[in-house]
Ligand binder design. Structure first.
Ligand code: ADP
Length: 298
C-alpha cells in the first residue's frame, strides 16, 4: 500500500486584470475554491489510478477541511489518517492575471501543526505502507520522523518542494529523491552542473539511493546509486499542454504507486511520465488527474 504524508490546502483562486499595488484594491473574478496541497494532490492522483492509498495530513475543523476530506474520499483515499483541528486548514491565496501568471500567498495553517508526535501516533498506517511518499509543505522534523518511523523495508520517496536544506539522514533515505529543474538547482546550489545528467550525478553524490529529475515536456531522468550506474532518460508522450498545475504531484504519486507494486525505477518512471502528461491536458490540479484507463488511452 501507498502512504502519502503531506499537506492539504484549499486553493482560493481569483482572476485579476492586474495585481494590486501596495495600498490599492482591485476587483477580481468570482472566487473558485479547489482542493490542493501536494500531499492531498498526490493521494488523489494515486487513488484515481487505482492505488490503495492512505493520507496522513492535518486539516482544520472548518469548511475547507471538509472540502479536502470529501475530495479524498471521492477519489477512494483512506482518510483515517487525516487529523482534524489545531489550526485553520492551510490555504493558498492565488491571483491569476490574463497572461496566466500566478501570485500565491500560502498560509500553512494546520499543515504546520502536523507533528512528529502525530507520525508516531499513526503507527498502524506506517506499518502497512510498502512505500511512503512525502513533500516539504509540512514541518521538516515531521518528515524526518516519517523516515525513522516507517516500517523496515518500506521505501521512502521525497519530493523536496518547496525546496529546503535536507538533513543527511533524510537525504540518505530517499529512494528516489524526485526533483524538477528548479528543485534540483536549489538542492545543489553552486554545485549544479550544466544539464540534467550533471544534476543527477551531483544529487546522487549527496547520498540518496536514487534520483529522478522531472523535465516537463521532456519527461524525466532516472539515476540509481551504486556501481556502474548511469542516468536513463525517460521521454514523455507528446501532448497538448493546457495547464501544468499538479503535473509533478501526479508524476510522483504514479511513480510511488508503481514502486509499491515492485516495478524497477525506470519502469515506474515510464508509467509516471504518461500520468504527468495526461494531467497537463486538463485544467486544474486534482481535477486533471487521470484514471488508469485514461493513461492507457494516451
Ligand atoms: P513540476 O510540475 O513539478 O514542475 P514537471 O514540469 O517536470 O514537474 O512535470 C512533471 C511531469 O509531468 C513530467 O515528467 C512529464 O511527464 C509531465 N509533463 C509536464 N509538462 C508536460 C508537457 N508540456 N508535455 C508532456 N508532459 C508533461
Amino acid at each position: 500500500d501507498l502512504l502519502v504524508v503531506g499537506s492539504a490546502n484549499a486553493d482560493l483562486v481569483i482572476g485579476v486584470e492586474r495585481r494590486p499595488a501596495p495600498g490599492e484594491t482591485v476587483l477580481g473574478s468570482d472566487l473558485a475554491v479547489h482542493p490542493g496541497g501536494k500531499g492531498a494532490n498526490q493521494a488523489v492522483a494515486a487513488a484515481r489510478l487505482g492505488a490503495r492509498t492512505a493520507l496522513l495530513a492535518r486539516v482544520g475543523d472548518d469548511a475547507h477541511g471538509r472540502l479536502l476530506l470529501e475530495s479524498q474520499r471521492a477519489a477512494g483515499v483512506d482518510t483515517g489518517g487525516v487529523l482534524v483541528g489545531g489550526a485553520p486548514t492551510g490555504v493558498a491565496l492565488i491571483t491569476v492575471d490574463p497572461s496566466g501568471d500566478n501570485s500565491i500567498v500560502v498560509s500553512p495553517g494546520a499543515n504546520a501543526r502536523l507533528t512528529p508526535e502525530d507520525v508516531r501516533a499513526a503507527g498502524d498506517l506506517l506499518a502497512g505502507a510498502g512505500v511512503v511518499s512525502a513533500q516539504l509543505e509540512i514541518p521538516l522534523e515531521t518528515v524526518a520522523e516519517v523516515v525513522r518511523a516507517r516500517a523496515a523495508g518500506a521505501r521512502f520517496v521525497l519530493n523536496p518542494s518547496p525546496p529546503a536544506p535536507l538533513p543527511p539522514d533524510v537525504l540518505a533515505a530517499c529512494d528516489p529523491l524526485v526533483v524538477n529543474e528548479h528543485e534540483a538547482r536549489f538542492v545543489l546550489g553552486d554545485a549544479a552542473g550544466h544539464g540534467p545528467e550533471d544534476w543527477a550525478r551531483a544529487l546522487l553524490a549527496l547520498g540518496p539511493r536514487s534520483v529522478v529529475v522531472t523535465l516537463g515536456a521532456e519527461g524525466a531522468l532516472v539515476a540509481e546509486g551504486g556501481t556502474g550506474a548511469s542516468a536513463v532518460r525517460v521521454p514523455s508522450p507528446r501532448v497538448d499542454a493546457v495547464d501544468t498545475t499538479g503535473a509533478g504531484d501526479a508524476f510522483t504519486a504514479a511513480l510511488a504507486w508503481r514502486l509499491s507494486l515492485g516495478e524497477d525505477l525506470a519502469t515506474a518512471a515510464a508509467f509516471a511520465v504518461r500520468v504527468g502528461a495526461a494531467a497537463v491536458t486538463r485544467e486544474g490540479a486534482q481535477a486533471s488527474f487521470p484514471t488508469a484507463e485514461e493513461v492507457s488511452a494516451l
